[in-house]
Write a protein that binds this ligand. Structure first.
Ligand SMILES: CC(C)(COP(=O)(O)OP(=O)(O)OC[C@H]1O[C@@H](n2cnc3c(N)ncnc32)[C@H](O)[C@@H]1OP(=O)(O)O)[C@@H](O)C(=O)NCCC(=O)NCCS
Length: 387
């Protein structure tokens, strides 16, 4: 029976116009607001990139200084988040905890339902400033370490590494993390951005929209893949195991994490940049093992999957780069969120400025024309097992 066509996974469906980002998946091209990702990675800081996404132009010196000052002012943990984190750190996973803390932040913001562009930009900056503090505080709490207050003398990326590790990052480490954040800041209409827009399209507030996005990013087919890449590398352990391990995965029909992409049909440009940065970091890192192993897996797969459009995506090298930065692997996905907040909120600015409720259709495929049967007519059945 043929019926209305369904685009499974919404593949190939255009749901919005955006001035933020364009991707040419065949050419491996990623552009933020007209600027090539290679240009931004080489020259822009994460703060400049966030401004670009929120304003569709690069800031002048004064605007950049003002944004940095606002981000610094909004870094410290709120009282409610400070009270929640000890409760969460003993039980919850980091992404769930981040989602809860963002919802809590919104609960106490009296301006959360002010949809004026100026207020929305302020909220975007506030969330961008606060998320690194929440993630690092959660981590230190669960480690039984003192929660470190943010440092005003450090930039966004360096301050995060400081709050997380309690050790000031070297110049190269801070640079690599700053670029990694820029690379993760925006990526057109991915699953988490879409879920943020669906929430916002009901005129729900930015905090709820970002909480939706965090919940969506959590899944292993999206942001959760970077953590799974690390777990895979850890299981592989050493170069001699690359071939048997990958072959066993493929034989079981499993997906190799960090490989493949809905849009890129060549190597993701972010993976190329991260590999280059990883090489620089590996020269000074005592912990380059996983980076080298990543390259061996990549090389093996290039031969094994030759002819199929399966190449490394952004998660593939971010795992070993974060490892060299001393970041625990279950924080890789929260860190993705800490960077992607810039793009999520920029898309929300576009959505609120020209909103229309997002409400697609479903094609009914169930039973038809059934008549209600009284309970006595449905039989006794078997005792159900309590869950
Ligand atoms: C990202 C991803 C979800 C895109 O999936 P998609 O566009 O829906 O592609 P499909 O699921 O239709 O896969 C197409 C084919 O490639 C295969 N494939 C896709 N990704 C694969 C992977 N990582 N390892 C092995 N095979 C893979 C599928 O099995 C499928 O094969 P088939 O045609 O023989 O059935 C998918 O590539 C994947 O699961 N990757 C691993 C997770 C990951 O790294 N996610 C981060 C994305 S940034």
């Amino acid at each position: 029976m043929t019926g209305p066509e369904i685009q499974r996974g919404l593949e190939g469906v255009n749901v919005a116009a955006t001035k933020l980002c364009s991707i040419d998946g065949r050419a491996g091209e990623l552009i933020y607001a007209g600027y090539d990702i290679y240009d931004l990675a080489a020259n822009a800081t994460f703060e400049e990139t966030a401004f670009l996404l929120w304003n569709l132009r690069l800031p002048n010196a004064r605007e950049l200084a003002d944004l940095k000052a606002l981000l610094i002012a909004e870094r410290p943990l709120s009282d409610l988040n400070g009270a929640l984190i000890p409760e969460l750190a003993g039980h919850a996973r980091p992404m769930r905890s981040l989602e809860i803390c963002i919802t809590a932040l919104g609960a106490l913001d009296p301006y959360s339902n002010d949809f004026s562009p100026a207020q929305l930009r302020w909220t975007a900056a506030r969330l961008t400033a606060r998320m690194p503090t929440v993630v690092s505080a959660f981590h230190r709490q669960r480690q039984g370490l003192d929660i470190l207050p943010p440092r005003d003398d450090l930039g966004h990326a360096a301050n995060f590494l400081w709050m997380l590790r309690g050790e000031e990052p070297g110049e190269l480490e801070a640079h690599v993390f700053d670029v990694a954040m820029t690379l993760h800041a925006e990526h057109e209409m991915n699953a988490s951005t879409f879920s943020a827009l669906v929430t916002a399209s009901t005129m729900s507030d930015m905090y709820s929209a970002i909480a939706s996005a965090i919940g969506t990013l959590k899944g292993p087919l999206h942001g959760g893949a970077n953590d799974r890449v690390f777990q895979m590398l850890d299981e592989i352990g050493e170069p001699a195991n690359v071939e048997p391990h990958i072959e066993a995965m493929l034989a079981r029909g499993e997906r190799v994490m960090g490989i493949g992409h809905r849009v890129y049909k060549t190597t993701d440009p972010r993976a190329i940049i991260l590999e280059q940065l990883g090489e620089r970091l590996a020269e000074i890192s005592p912990d380059r093992h996983y980076f080298d192993l990543s390259r061996q897996v990549r090389d093996y797969l290039a031969e094994r999957l030759a002819g199929r459009p399966l190449y490394p995506n952004v998660d593939f090298f971010s795992a070993s780069v974060y490892r060299m930065l001393g970041i625990p692997n279950d924080l890789y996905t929260p860190i993705f969120a800490v960077a992607r907040i810039a793009g999520w909120s920029a898309h929300l600015l576009e959505q609120y400025a020209d909103n229309r409720l997002i409400r697609p259709n479903a094609v009914y495929a169930g039973e038809k024309s059934r008549a209600y049967e009284p309970i006595e007519a449905r039989g006794q059945g078997e005792a159900s097992t309590p869950r």
